[in-house]
Design a binder for this molecule. Structure first.
Ligand SMILES: [Zn+2]
Length: 245
């Protein structure tokens, strides 16, 4: 068990993490399962994640602190998510990542189990890039796992698969989305799911032929979206916390 030697997290960051949980539930990215975490604002080796519970019910008192070995700090004995090693190993491997979403959002599942490649079909998902990696758990865990990231070893393999991408699909399971902040990771998780739905529709309508964003269009759109991210975040946050009037 890790010993706590850092300052408490900024209460505003904890509030945002609660909001992120509620938003992702409202938007259909997570249901009873899935989770979102954020790196501590002043201790890079610490991250915040709710105790094991449905994201739509998370409140401030449910937020726990974890070290990068995936274990909780101090004498916190509440039940933690089995798959917390997704978060711990991504934070360990990728210093620029400050927020992580893991979900089983349904429209992405077909892209993890077929040869169809998830690609940006419109400007809202320009962050997807050209090659969304697919994590194959059999390469590390063999062919009889329960598909869950139950160990640091599996989490580290997933982080390697993600590399510098923003999204990795997890074959037969779900996906992981990363960002530099909670608003960014929530935006990406919502629009990754939307892109998958629209891409599946377009594949059927267009008999398999789609005009995707070019690399140049994707790059320009990412810059534009970064500037307007807070507009969507404020709307989602107000609705999720019941402050939409
Ligand atoms: Zn999972």
């Amino acid at each position: 068990m890790a010993t706590s030697q850092h300052r408490p997290a900024d209460p505003a960051l904890i509030d945002d993490l609660v909001a992120a949980n509620r938003i992702l539930a409202r938007e259909g990215v997570v249901d009873g399962f899935g989770h979102v975490s954020v790196r501590h604002d002043s201790a890079a080796g610490v991250f915040l994640l709710a105790r094991s519970m449905a994201p739509g019910l998370v409140a401030v008192a449910d937020i726990m602190e974890f070290a990068l070995d995936g274990e909780p700090f101090g004498d916190d004995r509440r039940t933690a998510y089995v798959e917390r090693f997704i978060h711990s190993e991504i934070y360990r491997a990728l210093p620029e990542v400050h927020a992580v979403v893991h979900s089983h959002s349904p429209a992405l599942i077909p892209f993890g189990v077929t040869a169809a490649k998830l690609r940006p079909i419109y400007h809202m998902s320009s962050f997807l890039g050209r090659d969304v990696p697919v994590f194959e758990i059999r390469d590390t865990g063999g062919d009889a796992t329960d598909m869950l990231i139950r160990t640091p070893e599996l989490g580290a393999a997933l982080a390697r698969s993600l590399g510098d991408a923003t999204v990795a699909l997890m074959r037969g399971h779900g996906n992981v989305v990363v960002g530099r902040s909670l608003p960014e990771v929530v935006f990406r998780a919502i629009y990754t799911e939307a892109n998958a739905r629209l891409q599946s529709d377009a594949l059927r309508l267009g008999e398999g032929r789609i005009t995707y964003l070019s690399d140049g269009e994707a790059a320009a759109s990412m810059t534009t979206n970064a500037g307007v991210l807070t507009r969507a975040w404020e709307l989602w946050r107000a609705a999720a916390l019941g402050k939409s009037g």
